[in-house]
Design a protein around this ligand. Sequence first.
Ligand code: ADP
Ligand code: MG
Length: 238
Amino acid sequence: MGQLNLVDVRKRFETFEVIKGVRLEVRDGEFVVFVGPSGCGKSTLLRMIAGLEEITSGDLLIDGKRVNDLPPVRRGIAMVFQSYALYPHMTVFENIAFPLRVEGMAEETIAERVNHAARILHLDQRLQQRPGALSGGQRQRVAIGRAIVRQPKIFLFDEPLSNLDAALRGDMRIELAKLHRQLRATMIYVTHDQIEAMTMADRIVVLNAGEISQIGAPLELYHKPANLFVAGFIGNPR
Ligand code: ADP
Ligand code: MG
């Protein structure tokens, strides 16, 4: 299970309210994409879901259980960032295995999980190499591998492809869609790329200045934008 519920979630930094009462239900196995202009609060929202940022008020529920005060590692969530900090001196295998080593998992289980993730991500031939020998796309896949081995119920992606060139982004988009079908996990994906949003999402959440402007299936938003902001954002590819 990987159902997520945000009930009037708010975030204030000092006196500045960055997230202004977000209500959102994400179904188990759903692929939800957050879009919105830079600074509207997408990363802050993901970080609160992951447990990396405290929630000022409101409730966060995973599978019906309130998790506001649960530490990140106990939430069953893994997050993949835009700047994937791989360890340059470690092999791909060790980079992917790292979160499991921190947990003190048995060597055999670690090997099983890393090999499984590497097969899914087409990294099986790269496991003994170091990140410096890989392409940008392969490095990003190592970062995703690190999330997969933890077997989370929910994956959070914060603009994971924005450092890649357009062709590679297209390939990775297809890979991620495949990954979603294979793992059947819940995924929340932040992007400012409209094509990514339109092609990958079950539902798109449009954020503006810390509030949800509209939630809907891609075509719904495209044909029936709730307001000019959504129309400008979804209907106007840049
Ligand atoms: P996005 O990911 O949509 O670009 P962010 O969630 O990174 O937006 O940021 C939303 C707003 O919150 C921005 O105005 C940003 O400057 C502010 N912000 C983010 N983190 C902090 C922080 N730790 N302290 C103060 N302000 C922050
Ligand atoms: Mg961001």
